[in-house]
Write a protein that binds this ligand. Sequence first.
Ligand SMILES: CC(C)(COP(=O)(O)OP(=O)(O)OC[C@H]1O[C@@H](n2cnc3c(N)ncnc32)[C@H](O)[C@@H]1OP(=O)(O)O)[C@@H](O)C(=O)NCCC(=O)NCCS
Length: 213
Amino acid sequence: MNIERVSEKCAAQTVALLEDLRVSLFGIGSRRLLTVLVNDAIRGAIDCRIASDQDEVLGAVLAAPPSYWRSLPAKHWEIAVLSVRARLAGHPEGLPAVVPSETLALMRDEVPPRTWGDPGDAWRIIFVGTAARSRGKGIAAQLYQSVMTDRSLVARIALDNTPSIRLHHSLGWRLYRDGGVALAVHVRDDGDSAGAAAAARTPRSLPTSDWLR
Ligand SMILES: CC(C)(COP(=O)(O)OP(=O)(O)OC[C@H]1O[C@@H](n2cnc3c(N)ncnc32)[C@H](O)[C@@H]1OP(=O)(O)O)[C@@H](O)C(=O)NCCC(=O)NCCS
């Protein structure tokens, strides 16, 4: 299996996988948004790494700097419109999550070194996921190890998503209760300087054309 940055060659397959896995941002899960994310990753504005085997994309992780959340709707009017619509519609109120006691036991009772709202040099995880048929083979762990080497990261996880909570815990992320979700924090070893350097390197200047439409 290969872990690599997403490229033009596997862009369409990556969008298809993200669509299968129902990835959403700003409450939007449209193919258009996923295409924008993959195009932005190819140009280096965000970080998307994929796991592939014989040219089949089996998993993906996407991370973005906090500034990306502000710039995305400003650059893509159709995403701004969808995002406002999603906000007006509100999120469907699900039943409160039943949180397993073993999950609660993993939550640290201390002030987190990074938060979702104030991540500092850390990038926010948009999504990590593995195709349903390929789970339990260490793919998400390998994807995460690849991106964790390069930067500090924060992620938000539903408290009832036990596979994801365990994935983060097994890789050494620190877990905190953050209202109705878990906040997971990974601080890279020589964190601040390396993270600041990585943040300063990106986003690169963006070409105007997209690989996928
Ligand atoms: C969570 C998810 C990404 C894990 O992907 P994966 O490739 O199956 O995970 P891995 O095989 O790399 O497992 C790594 C570790 O995660 C934990 N883990 C993964 N799946 C698990 C499960 N079903 N139950 C409990 N722990 C699990 C284990 O600690 C595992 O290490 P171990 O096998 O040594 O015990 C996958 O289930 C998925 O794509 N879920 C849907 C999308 C999602 O919820 N993403 C997270 C959003 S925050």
